[in-house]
Write a protein of this length. Structure first.
Length: 207
């Protein structure tokens, strides 16, 4: 994941020249995302979001906000807790405040990460819409890739017996189907909405 490290450090280089601090921040990030229990929410996931960022960068205004949100949105991930998004947002805020970053950027990053809890926004912030769609793109992949994703998620929740896991998973999936649009941007809606709904319904049927 050398490319991810380089991109993260290049982003921080825009705000500080302290190489030791930049290296420390990267090691914190790498350690968190490489934790052995992370089968999906790891650096590969971050890499996928960065690929979407590159594809749609021309549509973004607050580019660095989106990048910071991508890097930090899952830095805290404990399947036994229900406040991972809040903890990740707090971690990002506390980390970024020690850099020469405008408070406005930090506040946006904080709000973007919090928004990943429900992925349900009522906002004209297209940057936020794209960020959330990047995070949800996996739902709209072809069934084979989607199935691999579900297996990784199950491994992350392997401490729970099937009866509990299936109940919780079904509830989460049904909440997606109940939303008017899973994807908030026109581009992702056209690309992934139909397939995502088919995948989700198929998974529910198989649970």
């Amino acid at each position: 994941m050398i490319a991810i490290e380089k991109r993260f450090k290049n982003l921080l280089n825009k705000y500080t020249s302290d190489k030791k601090q930049i290296d420390q921040y990267w090691l914190e990030l790498e350690k968190s995302y490489n934790f052995k229990s992370r089968y999906y929410h790891n650096l590969s996931h971050i890499n996928e979001l960065l690929q979407f960022y590159d594809k749609y960068e021309h549509e973004l205004i607050k580019k660095n906000v989106v990048l910071f949100a991508i890097f930090y949105h899952d830095i805290i991930y404990d399947i036994k807790k229900k406040d991972n998004e809040k903890q990740s947002a707090e971690f990002a805020k506390n980390s970024l405040k020690d850099l020469n970053i405008k408070q406005e950027i930090i506040n946006f990053c904080y709000d973007y990460i919090l928004a990943t809890k429900k992925h349900n926004i009522d906002s004209s912030d297209t940057d936020l819409a794209y960020f959330l769609d990047f995070d949800m793109a996996v739902l709209g992949k072809d069934w084979e890739d989607y199935h691999i994703y579900t297996e990784k998620i199950r491994k992350e929740y392997q401490i729970y017996p099937s009866i509990l896991y299936k109940k919780g998973r079904k509830k989460a999936l049904e909440s997606f189907l109940q939303t008017e649009q899973i994807y908030k941007t026109d581009a992702f809606f056209k690309l992934f909405e139909e397939q995502a709904r088919k995948n989700i319904q198929k998974e529910i049927n198989l649970l």
